[in-house]
Design a binder for this molecule. Structure first.
Ligand code: 13P
Length: 350
């Protein structure tokens, strides 16, 4: 089966009122966990790789993993997405490498650390949209800077994250500006800032509306009812995963993520793509620690990596079900990139 685009999958999700978890991948075990979970639940897949993943695994290995996923699970629609592209050049290199969707994160300058002016964001994102749509590839933009409303600081996703203190205003996407941004750029999906941040340390206590502004999503969705919204920093940081890591010698400070009920509430208000990386890391780390501690004589990586893969798979199954994506893969017929390019050129995808 051909690879799907994120745009196509999010259109289907919007028509049917569900959300799709977008999981970050860096290696074979994560790819297999995501795919096995999708196959078990009949869910469409969005796999994403950050610049960090591309330098960790290397372009050729990531391409091979995508190829292996489509070959092994031909009946599952899979979109392969670049997470946090920091410049039009990086996005273009992902398109050339076969990604079917890219994120141009123009909320920060090319250094991936400095909040950018609105005009820069529009211009960089617009350039990526023009190039990507001409070959059928879809584009996610971002408006507002990801960061914790508790601390005013951003977490990092593989080196990308604002440095220094951010204002509350910077960390909350403005609904009017969002409408202007979508009209000026033509993005397929918009990542919004509502107080979530990357990584395990999002909130020091279970978040309230003060620090996790779900109401802001509702306001943006009211202005932009036809735009697919994206939530970054959406790991729930399950307490039971933290407990496993601690039990087997790991050090994790007290921390809370985004409760699944809040993610489900966001899905009811236009969020279609929900980015998750940390929860998979926690699940795998806990499983590896437990496997090695339980059997200290173990030295075959296949033993503990199998445990890690199945812990990640369990997590993915849960999220596919909780977000309502389960049961939809078999209802989607993949539209090839050439056809998507024609649809964009004919003005039929706005
Ligand atoms: P988490 O760190 O919450 O998993 O977020 C990942 C993410 O948003 C990737 O873009």
């Amino acid at each position: 089966m051909a690879l799907a685009t994120v745009r196509q999958l999010l259109d289907h999700a919007a028509e049917n009122g569900y959300g799709i978890p977008a999981f970050n991948v860096n290696n074979m075990e994560q790819t297999q966990a995501i795919m096995e979970a999708a196959a078990a639940t009949d869910s469409p897949v969005i796999m994403q790789a950050s610049a960090g993943a591309r330098s960790y695994a290397g372009e050729a290995f990531l391409r091979a993993l995508m190829g292996a996923a489509t070959e092994t699970w031909p009946h599952i629609p899979i979109a392969v997405h670049l997470d946090h592209g920091s410049s039009p050049t990086t996005c273009q290199s992902a398109v050339d490498a076969g990604f079917t969707s890219v994120m141009m994160d123009g909320s920060l300058l090319e250094d991936g650390k400095t909040p950018s002016p609105f005009e820069y964001n529009i211009q960089a994102t617009r350039a990526v949209v023009e190039a990507a749509h001409s070959v059928g590839v879809s584009v996610e933009g971002e408006l507002g800077v990801l960061g914790s409303l508790e601390t005013g600081e951003a977490g990092e996703e593989d080196g990308v994250g604002a440095k220094g203190k951010l204002t509350r205003e910077q960390m909350l996407t403005d609904p009017d500006q969002a409408a202007g941004f979508v009209a000026a750029t033509g993005v397929d999906a918009l990542a919004v800032a509502i107080g979530t941040s990357h990584g395990a340390y999002k909130f020091t206590k279970r978040p309230t509306g003060e620090v996790l502004a779900i109401d802001r999503i509702k306001e943006i969705h009211a202005k932009l009812p036809n735009t697919h919204l994206v939530m970054h920093g959406s790991s729930s940081v399950p307490q039971e995963l933290l407990a496993i890591i601690r039990e087997y010698g790991g050090e994790m400070k007290e921390t809370y993520g985004v409760p699944v009920e809040e993610l489900q509430e966001s899905i009811r208000h236009g969020v279609r793509k929900i980015n998750i990386d940390t929860d998979i890391r926690l699940a795998m780390t806990g499983a590896i620690r437990r496997a090695l501690a339980t059997d200290p004589s173990q030295f075959d990586p296949r033993g503990y990596l199998k445990e890690a893969r199945s812990a990640a798979k369990e997590l993915c199954i849960l999220r596919y079900e909780q977000f309502g994506a389960a049961g939809h893969a078999s209802r989607i017929e993949v539209i090839p990139l050439e056809e998507m390019a024609d649809l964009y050129a004919g003005g039929r995808l706005v």
